[in-house]
Ligand binder design. Structure first.
Ligand SMILES: [Zn+2]
Length: 101
């Protein structure tokens, strides 16, 4: 799918950015996804590396830090659907936290 990247404003092919990442290729929170351009998608991964949250199997605290990084990147209001995605993701991370501790 092509369109305008909501992060940088470039026109081109858009990719799925899974904000909390994947484990063995499977999105952790498949509903918490945004379409952004390839360079911005790779930029998010570089941000994870710089921030120390690039774990291959991220525990809940790392998933939460990735959400915070995404909220910092996404510098615009969320629509109702995006608010729902965020709430569902935070609730799921809280559930995983209980299981992990
Ligand atoms: Zn972009």
């Amino acid at each position: 799918m092509s369109g305008v990247c909501p992060i940088c404003g470039r026109q081109g092919q858009l990719e799925f950015h899974h904000c909390t990442g994947k484990i063995r290729g499977k999105p952790i929170h498949p509903w918490f996804v945004f379409r952004i351009c390839g360079p911005c998608n790779r930029g998010e991964y570089l941000l994870w590396m710089v921030a120390g949250v690039a774990d291959e199997e991220p525990p809940p605290i790392v998933q939460l830090r990735r959400v915070v990084l995404w909220l910092d990147t996404w510098d615009q209001p969320f629509d109702q659907g995006q608010v729902w995605m965020l709430k569902r993701t935070l609730a799921d991370i809280a559930d995983r936290w209980d299981v992990a501790s």
